[in-house]
Each structure stands twice: as structure tokens, then as C-alpha cells.
Design a protein around this ligand. Sequence first.
Ligand code: NDP
Ligand code: OXD
Length: 318
Amino acid sequence: MSKSPLLLSVSFTEAEKLGDIRDGLNGRPVIDWAKGERPESLAGVKYALVWKFDYDLFDKMPDLEVIFSAGAGVDKVLANPGLPDNVPIVRFVDPTLTTRMGEWVCLQVLMHFRQQRRYDAQQRVNTWQGLTQPQASTMNVGIMGLGVLGQDAAKKLKTLGFIVSGWSRSRKSIEGIDCYDASETDEFLTRNHVIVGLLPYTPDTHGFFNRTLFEKIGKHPVLPSPIFINAGRGGSQVETDIIDCLNDGTLGGVSLDVFETEPLAKNSPLWGFENAILTPHVASDSDVVALGTYVENQIRRYEAGEPLQNVVDREAGY
Ligand code: NDP
Ligand code: OXD
């Protein structure tokens, strides 16, 4: 039986192209819409893999059965007015993505904890000067968003010796990690010196990381703190508050991979802070071949009558 083609409405960046998506698709034909391929008709095409898409794309796909998101976060996909109501959306969940995010989060926590930016500044002026070096067990790190990515990052930070806790809408139970639900936010914030945001962007998380929240985070006895780290979505943070809080010392440092507007404006004051580490939304890129393999595996499940995995809850928005 011939395979239904997969319509691709996603452009991978040069940095993401460590392989070709077709390498994961096991011979499934592809219509590369993003590259301008326009067959006469899309009738019979059951699957689409999207990141960005024209609002009228799906009007042209009368036989669409499953939409795959090329990323884990689906806020942009859900916000598109052309999204059909009755088609399941499967988001990308894969060890390659999870591992990369865990690397980024651990790197950022360690950068602040080991005061690397201050050593960088000293290196620029040829200065040999040791700084205070407390134990990891004095540093409390709280993960906000204990989903696939948050849970993995929490476990990795725990292995590094930090005291790790997590917070999510529904309470989790994870060995060695104190878990809080959304009714215990203040208690969670005050016990931590570092907050890591791994939340999806939804109406509930819009503007969530703001001055009121930053003022509640605990201060480490000796290290510059509190620290705010965000790789969830920029819409969940209030950048004017972050800038003000860095200026007045309410925040001791930040690491941001996501921004309210991307790319971050060249004239944003955020670029100028010594204690702000910025990366251009690369904490965890989707591995192109793994994405192809994942989509193919989900289609195999679907066609065998098994349930699709990681289906987006449209009501919750993630
Ligand atoms: P999941 O859906 O697995 O986890 C989301 C977590 O957030 C869940 O624990 C959920 O709670 C919690 N949550 C959602 N809304 C709220 C709320 N209003 N209050 C409290 N908790 C809430 O997502 P992933 O872990 O796979 O990914 C998280 C996000 O990371 C993505 O949505 C995306 O925005 C971002 N991302 C960023 C990347 C980057 O490179 N910067 C790469 C990949 C993803 P509950 O468990 O109760 O449902
Ligand atoms: C994602 C992302 O959501 O890369 O996967 O931001």
C-alpha cells in the first residue's frame, strides 16, 4: 500500500540541519510546501508537519487526519486562525529534545552558581582572583513547569547536588524532588534561590514572570541572587520588569533563551547586562531526523489503530 504523503510547512534553520527529515520518514513521500512545492491538489494528503503555516493551508487539505507540530510548544500553531477544529495535533516529544534542554538548564544554573560571568570579566582585565564557592546543596532550584522537559531538568540538577523542587498545575510525585501545585506558588518561590521557567505559553501563563513574582524568590546567603532562567516562552515574561529588577538588584542574574519578541530588538537593554546570559531561542532545537522518525512512528501507531501520543489538549493550550 502506498504511503500518504506528509505535507511539510516548516523551514529548518541551517543550524538545525544535521540531517534530512526524509532520513527519518522511512520512504514516506514529502510535499515541501515551505520550499514552494505546489501539487495540483492536496486531496488524499492525510498528514501535515507544521511550525508556521498560512491560515488558509488546511482549507486545501480536505482529507487531513493528523497535524504534527515540529516543536514541543504549540502556542503559535494553536494561535493560527486557520487551524481546523476537529483534527488532533501531536506535539514533538523526544529524548533528543529533552536531553538538549537538560543540558541548557544545567549549563545556565552552573554559570550563575559558579559565577562564570564574573570570571569572564576578570579574564578580560587579566585578573587572578578566586571567588566564594559554596556547596551546591546550599542552592535551591525551583522548576516551574514539571512536564517532559521540566522533570528531566529537575532530575539532572538533583544529580549535580542542588536542592530541587518543582511546580505545576497538577501536583507531581518525583523521587527526591519536592513537588508543589499552583495553589502553593508563594511557598515555592520563597524556598528557592533560582527559578527555571519551562512553562508553555497559554492565556494563564501570559506575563506570569513579573516583578511581583521576582520579589518573592529567596536570596542565597552568599551568591548573587535571585536568579531567573527561562526557556519556556517569552510571552510568559515581562521584560520591562526583568530589566528594572536587574537594575535595582531585585534579580541577581538571568538566563533567557526566549523573548517577548523574537529576535530580540538590537536596542533592548537586556543585551547590556553582565549578569544576563542571552541565547537566541536555541536551548533545545528539534533534531530534524529524530523529528522525522517520531512522525513516522506516530503515523504507524495511528494506522495500526493505536492511540496517538502527546496529543495537545486544546482547552489547556499545551
Ligand atoms: P509539557 O506539556 O510536558 O509540560 C508543561 C508543564 O507546564 C506541565 O507540568 C504543566 O502542568 C505546566 N503548566 C502549564 N500551564 C501551567 C499553569 N498555568 N500553571 C502551572 N503549571 C502549568 O511541556 P514540555 O515540558 O514538553 O515543554 C514545555 C515548554 O518548553 C514548551 O511548551 C515550549 O514552550 C518550551 N520549549 C522551549 C524550547 C526552547 O528551545 N527554548 C524547546 C522546546 C520546548 P501539568 O503537568 O499539571 O499539566
Ligand atoms: C519548541 C521550541 O517548542 O523549539 O520545540 O521552542
